[in-house]
Design a protein around this ligand. Structure first.
Ligand SMILES: [Fe+2]
Length: 229
């Protein structure tokens, strides 16, 4: 499995405040069957998560060394989950914030409760820098309910990520139904854990649900999308 969205890197956001917790989160990911794990610390001015690439890369390198010393069979990649606003474009251009690993894909998120930004405009702006925007947990935006709008974002070049926790129903029936409908319509590119220390990793359980409902091709397509590697 490929997990493109997780708050596992220690000390840099609200994900994990100790090395031990981060190691435990990696072990849980491995138990779920994740072979390629992206570590995507928040970059979010409104919550004061402002750790930039240079700092994150240092922590990442030493975390990767620790995993290697233990001989754990998992590939780690660094990225960011970027809370979109117009000024992140400058930070992206200056490489203060990062795309997903070595890919040209950028994980972006928006306010969950109110439309503060125009999503098509965000997709256009990120694309104009030569990146492919991946919209994080699309099922969670309460104001984005028309599935046609999600199709339009994809046609504009965005990729779509949904959370494993929504597939298992942890975020309520509405978000679960929305995620399932999007999968059925072939409008999901990635399922990811969005795991924090305080949240259980639902990748394995979500994979089993999708396998049963839509078959192995669909499950592999959205849980093992290799286009970011
Ligand atoms: Fe996240």
């Amino acid at each position: 499995m490929v997990d493109i969205h997780a708050h596992i890197l220690p000390f840099v956001d609200d994900g994990s405040s100790s090395l031990e917790v981060s190691l435990e989160l990696i072990r849980e990911a491995m138990d779920c069957g994740v072979k390629n794990q992206f570590l995507t610390p928040h970059f979010m001015k409104t919550r004061n998560f402002l750790s930039v690439a240079e700092e994150n890369q240092k922590v990442f390198q030493s975390f990767k060394d620790t995993i290697k010393q233990r001989g754990w069979n998992i590939n780690l990649y660094l990225g960011n989950e970027i809370y979109y606003s117009i000024d992140v474009l400058e930070s992206l251009r200056k490489k203060h914030i990062l795309p997903l690993g070595n890919s040209n894909k950028v994980l972006i998120e928006f306010s969950l409760s109110e439309m503060l930004e125009d999503m098509p405009e965000a997709v256009h702006n990120i694309s104009s820098l030569g990146y492919v925007p991946v919209i994080a947990h699309v099922e969670r935006y309460s104001y984005l309910n028309r599935l046609d709008d999600i199709k339009i974002l994809r046609r504009m070049g965005a990729m779509i990520q949904v959370n494993a926790s929504s597939i298992v129903g942890l975020n309520g029936k509405t978000q679960q139904a929305k995620a399932m409908k999007m999968i059925k319509l072939n409008d999901v590119d990635f399922v990811a854990s969005d795991v924090h220390a305080s949240r259980i990793n639902h990748m394995k359980q979500a994979y089993a649900i999708i396998l049963k409902k839509f078959g192995r091709d669909m499950a592999e397509k959205i849980f093992n999308n290799q286009s970011v590697l």
